[in-house]
Design a protein around this ligand. Structure first.
Ligand code: ATP
Length: 472
């Protein structure tokens, strides 16, 4: 129910907390499983199942397409996870990539000192750590978040290497390699997608904060003085990209870093936040940062190699400033799932349905193909149609159980279209296409089904509702 403000205006209804239900749907349908579940699970690490890997791949492909393929001023890169340990000294991670850790001597739990207000006290969940009479919190101490390991057979301090805590450094150290190989001129960017690892103190909220995750980062190198102009352009472009995934505009907002949050070298920073609903509310899914020439100058100094860009036309050389856009593939995939989750009443049915209203182009399965019965040539026709459609997009053929149940399973998987073959289909060579979002059906010649669906995928309309007239 909408609540009323004193002025009599209707306040928007807060988004419900769906995370717990989503965790169970994700397991049931094969989006996401707990890592090493049969051993009791690994602390905050998750595995993507058959539907999850397709969904996350679709998110990553859309990012790569928007950031690299559709632009002639951004190049792709895939740098290694293991890097020279000096990279992390120069970048400041060895000295400063840490969070303030607090222990509670009473309940033995650990918290991030700067996130106490977001955490429940394990003994009294209605209170925060430190608020319960039994709490015995220690003073905060700095805890470095990088995972350390050893390279080669000798485990001594000379062979320490780190699992990268961000992908960005692989881009900075390759700045001149990429620039010279591609003959790009500043302004230009380098983008990559890859795993990152952080030994987070308080991971949680499903895949929101994990210890192993994937980042999609782009560093855009610009001439100093033009940096704020580029910063604004990238801020706008990145917000638009999130909307293009079908994420509701009212669930997205910018959060500007104030002086306390801003790194000492940063000239400006904004987070793009998504409203995850419930008590989690708005949280960062992407950071857009103006990093000045901090990273390149640190690496230039530490490596002793000149990293300046030579602008031959203007006859000058300089260290470019960097505008960075950094988004978590897992976190944005979680945002997409939360945004899509709906429980709906269905007219004439007691049970209602759970439906994932995923953008058709992101959905792991584009179309379900359902022969109504297992006889009269229907399974054969379904095979033919499925084989034909599979050349264009992912298809799931299902003849098990009542048709209503089959639709419900695909609703939970977020499959936007259902193609049903009934007794008339084999006579007239036509099928019905059922639309996930409004459950309406249209009848089309079976040879046209692929084209009708393809039109939805090509348009950026998040849902298929109300488009039927033009589709048929
Ligand atoms: P937070 O304040 O949430 O710890 P951050 O500001 O440290 O995040 P960045 O270093 O800017 O995050 O990383 C960029 C993006 O990488 C984040 O916006 C988020 O989407 C993703 N990310 C960072 N840490 C994690 C994590 N532990 N698990 C999943 N995604 C993460």
């Amino acid at each position: 129910m909408d609540s009323e403000s004193p002025a009599g205006e209707i306040a928007p209804m807060p988004h419900p907390d769906v995370l717990e239900k989503l965790v169970s749907l994700a397991k049931r349908r094969g989006f996401i499983f707990q890592s090493s579940e049969i051993y009791g699970g690994t602390g905050s690490v998750w595995d993507y199942g058959p539907l999850g890997v397709e969904l996350k791949n679709n998110v990553k492909a859309r990012w790569w397409n928007a950031m690299v393929r559709q632009r002639d001023d951004v190049e792709g890169l895939d740098a290694a996870i293991l890097m020279h340990p000096k990279v992390w000294e120069a970048s400041g991670h060895v000295a400063g990539f840490s969070d303030p850790l607090i222990d509670c001597k009473a309940c033995k739990a650990r918290f991030r000192a700067d996130k106490l207000g977001d955490m429940p006290c394990p003994r009294k969940p209605s209170k925060h750590p430190g608020e319960h009479s039994d709490c015995q919190l220690t003073e905060p101490r700095q805890f470095n978040l990088m995972f350390k390991t050893f390279m080669g057979p000798v485990e001594d301090s000379a062979s320490v290497v780190y699992l990268r805590p961000e992908t960005a450094q692989g881009i900075f150290v390759n700045f001149l390699n990429v620039q010279q190989a591609t003959r790009q001129k500043v302004p230009f960017g380098i983008a990559q997608i890859g795993k990152a690892f952080r030994n987070e103190i308080t991971p949680g909220n499903f895949t929101f904060r994990t210890r192993e995750f994937e980042q999609m980062e782009m560093q855009f190198f610009v001439e100093p003085g033009t940096d704020m102009e580029w910063f604004e352009k990238w801020k706008a472009a990145r917000l638009e990209w999130h909307q293009s995934l079908g994420i509701d505009a009212d669930r997205l907002q910018f959060h500007q870093h104030d002086e306390k949050e801003l790194a000492h070298y940063a000239r400006a920073a904004f987070d793009i936040e998504f409203d995850f609903g419930g008590s989690l509310g708005f949280q960062e899914i992407e950071g857009v940062h103006n990093r000045s020439d901090f990273d390149l100058s640190q690496h230039q100094q530490a490596s002793g190699k000149r990293l300046e860009y030579i602008d031959q036309a203007a006859n000058k050389k300089y260290l470019p400033y960097v505008i960075e856009t950094s988004v978590g593939a897992d976190r944005v995939t979680l945002a997409v799932l939360v945004n899509a989750y709906r429980e709906e009443a269905v007219e004439g049915e007691e049970e209602g349905r759970t439906v994932m209203r995923l953008h058709p182009a992101l959905a792991p399965i584009t179309a379900g193909v359902f022969p109504l019965t297992k006889k009269d040539g229907q399974p054969e026709m379904a095979d033919r149609i499925a084989a034909d459609l599979r050349k264009r997009f992912p298809v799931f053929r299902d003849e098990a159980g009542a048709i209503g149940r089959r639709y419900r399973r695909q609703d939970e998987a977020g499959t936007p279209f259902g193609i049903t073959i009934d007794p008339d289909s084999t006579k007239n060579d036509d099928v019905t296409i059922r639309f996930r979002d409004d459950m309406q059906q249209i009848r089309v010649a079976s040879a046209r089904a692929g084209d009708v669906i393809a039109r939805y995928l090509e348009s950026d309309v998040p849902t298929a509702v109300s488009e039927h007239a033009t589709a048929g």
